[in-house]
Structures are given as C-alpha cells and as structure tokens.
Design a protein around this ligand. Structure first.
Ligand code: SF4
Length: 433
C-alpha cells in the first residue's frame, strides 16, 4: 500500500514538473511509423495527471504521458521550477516504474505516447542512459509500439544521441533562450554551442540513417533492415519573454534551424513568471517583472513560424530592423501585405500558387483548390468563398476577373478593420491565414 502511495506521489510530482515544456507535439509520426499499432483516440485522458494533448501536422489530437524521470537537478536555470535552488518536492522514477506506468496507461487507452525528459540529477550521460533504457525496455521487452519523444539532456555525448534515436520517434534538445548572452545570464550552466551541437548531431545521424536505409532497400528480401532513426524528426523549444531578444532574433533563429537542421517544429513557450505565479520559487532579479505570460506574443510567433514552414516566407520578409517585433494586433501575413501594397491586388484567376500564398485569407489548401478549380471555370468571389477563402481578409488584396470588393489603398484603414486587438483565437495555429 505504501509503495502504491509513493508511486502516486511520484506521478503527481514528476508530471507536474514536466508540464512547462511545450515541445511535445507528436507531429510527423503517423500510424505504424515503426510498424506498430500507433492508435488514435483516447478515453477521458484529460482527467489524468500528466496526460497532455498535442496536435499532429494534419490537425489530429493525440494524448501523451508527459513526465520527468527525475526533477532533481544540478543546474540552476532561473526560469525553471525544477532549478537546484527551488524549494520544491523532489522525486525520481525507476526505469521499471516508468515502463510499467506507460504500458498501463497505453493499455487502458489513456495515452498514445510518452514524452520523457528529466532534471540533470547526475552526469548528463548517466541521465540520458536512464531515458534511453526506459525507451529501449518499452520497445524490446514490453512490446510497446506507441509514440516516444525523448528529450536530449544538455551535454549528452554523440554516441548516446545516436542510440536514443533508435528507440524514440522524436528527439528534442531545447535551446530555451535565443542568444548565448541570455543563456549565460539565466542558465549559466548551459551552453548554446553544446545545445546546437546536439541538434547538429541528431540531424547528421538522421541523414546517415536515411542513406543507410536507402542502400539496404536494395538488398535481397529477408535481409536485416536498419532501424529508423527518430522517424518524427527533431524539435526544440524557445522561451519567449524571459530575456530581452526581439521577435526578429527569435524568428531568424527558427528560420536558420529549419533550413540548416531540418527541424520539424520550433515550439514557443511564453515565459511564466516563476516567483510571482506561485511556481514554488523566489523571484529572481534577472527575470523580467511581468504580470503574466506573454500569450499574444507567443501566438504571433506561432503564426510567423507557420509562414516560414508552409508559406515560403523568409525571416527577413516577416521582420526587419524597422519592425523587429510582431504586431500584437494583426497576424504577420496581413502585416506583411500592408507593408507591401505594391504586390496587390492579386488576380485570382491568373496568379501562380506562390503568389496566391501571399494573400491574407488564402492558405496552402485553398491556394491549391483555386488552381485546381480555375482549370475548368473562372472564379467569382462567391466561388472563392465556397473554396474556403477567408474573404474577410482577402477582399482587400484580390480581384476576380478584374472586379474588386474593396481596395487596400489606405493601410491604416485595413489594419483597423482587420485588427484583433485582444489577440483573439489563442488556439494553436492550425488554421490557414
Ligand atoms: S537543466 Fe535547467 S531547465 Fe532543465 S530541469 Fe534543470 S534547471 Fe530546469
């Protein structure tokens, strides 16, 4: 009985301690990514401690057990509830406890996957070994085929990063703060160089694995198949608002990470003031004194990130020296359009796909539908509406067979009309804009 209570307490402490890490969406790992039974759906999972919901790239909601192996940490990152100097209850799982817990939740259909991270309770390689052992035991002994996301502990050696990718669907090394200067100030035991080194190593291991598998594919049937290295790729997290960098720096960094290391996702996590929000700490003079997490800013960064990944914008087009912060009142695509009225109006019956993507209110899906539909007939505004174009935004920037609804001649007027001053719709950016 005592052991059961201990385990319940551990679950409560170690799922509570994990909830501030945003980088857990299981996008990119479709059903059977490892040939297993990656199931969809879940039963009342929101009621359980540590079960979080994430969204795949196709908008499907999945539930994950999000937990720390241990919240004991030698590091003292100012923004973290688990930092060494925080007065908080500490606990650690054993590998067996975590394996049993994951399997139990999975069998009961509470979860579809595991997101596992840890405080740095020992040398980084020792901590990483525990995370790997958990994933490996799940795969090789417990018959678990669900999704696994492993955090790469800062300072982990290359060999262990390569091993982690053989058991996990996704790996992530959190950059946390966008510049080395801020890391030195708020997380002095961390180094940007080391974190970027882990991201690079993960990228290279994935590329080599792909190459190996391509070669092996040509071997005769029945030969050994190389395992897939982290099939859902890698992601990272940036904390927004704990340090003074502008959005231009953050989006510039994200753009470089997508381009250089093919990251699947950068997650933006609005800084939650540690001392003032009752997260079990003493307020730290190095941290900004803000009333609450900057959620509107976080939301705009997700929208700008969407422009990088799906709308072929470059960081320099989204923000520049004159506009180094995203407009809180208007989405970044509309903000770009209002700065580039010379680009408009776009004639929807003639424009190519790339040009259509630049129009506020036309997304990737509706852009493709426009191209497809106009092969057989020319499009009117009613037709555009039926295809899913958001005319509330697009009307100022398009013509249909030369006709206008409204003309964007005065950017201030359009800005006023399209402004959502409260940062409306703080949902994940799964919509097209
Ligand atoms: S390394 Fe830093 S961010 Fe990670 S658990 Fe320790 S104190 Fe928190």
């Amino acid at each position: 009985m005592q052991a059961l209570l201990d385990l319940e307490e551990k679950i409560s402490v170690l799922t509570g301690a994990a909830k501030y890490d945003a980088s857990c969406a299981s996008s990119g790992s479709g059903p059977g990514a490892r040939g297993g039974s990656f199931r969809s759906g879940g039963l009342g999972a929101a009621l359980l401690n540590g079960v979080c919901h994430s969204w795949t790239e196709d908008g499907r909601c999945v539930s994950l057990l999000k937990v720390l192996y241990s919240n004991v940490c030698r590091f003292d990152c100012a923004y973290c509830v688990n930092r060494a100097s925080a007065d908080t209850k500490r606990s650690s799982f054993t590998v067996k406890e975590l394996v049993d817990l994951t399997c139990e939740f999975y069998r009961r259909n509470y979860i579809e996957g595991l997101f596992l991270s840890s405080g740095i309770f020992a040398d980084p390689d020792i901590v990483m070994e525990k995370l790997i052992e958990t994933a490996k035991t799940l795969r090789t002994q417990a018959g678990y085929n669900g999704y696994i996301h492993l955090k790469i502990i800062p300072g982990t050696g290359e060999k262990l990063i390569r091993e982690a990718g053989l058991w996990a669907d996704r790996l992530s090394a959190n950059i946390e703060l966008p510049t080395d200067k801020s890391l030195q100030n708020l997380a002095p035991q961390k180094s940007g160089k080391v974190i970027l080194g882990a991201i690079k190593e993960t990228f290279e291991a994935g590329a080599e694995n792909e190459e190996d598998r391509r070669r092996i594919k040509f071997l005769p049937q029945g030969k050994f198949q190389a395992p897939v290295f982290a099939p859902a790729g890698q992601s990272t997290q940036l904390i927004v608002g704990a340090s003074p960098e502008d959005d231009k720096t953050i989006i510039g960094l994200s753009g470089a990470l997508y381009k250089k290391y093919a990251l699947r996702r950068v997650y933006y996590s609005a800084f939650i003031p540690v001392g003032t929000q009752g997260r079990g700490g003493i307020s730290d003079p190095r941290l900004p004194d803000i009333p609450g997490p900057p959620l509107v800013r976080e939301h705009r960064l997700y929208q700008a990130d969407w422009l990088l990944r799906f709308y072929h914008f470059t960081p320099g087009e989204i923000l520049d020296d004159k506009n180094s912060f995203l407009d809180p009142h208007i989405d970044p695509k509309t903000a770009w359009a209002l700065r580039h009225l010379e680009f408009f109006p776009v004639e929807v019956n003639r424009a190519d796909y790339e040009t259509l993507l630049r129009v506020p209110g036309i997304g990737a899906k509706t852009g493709r539908r426009i191209i497809e539909t106009r092969r057989s007939r020319s499009l009117s505004f009613d037709g555009l509406r039926r295809l899913g174009v958001v005319l509330k935004r697009a009307r100022y920037f398009i013509t249909a067979s030369g006709t206008f609804i409204d003309r964007a001649e005065d950017p201030r007027r359009i800005r006023r009309l399209l402004s959502d001053a409260d940062g409306a719709g703080l949902q994940l950016p799964l919509f097209e804009f």
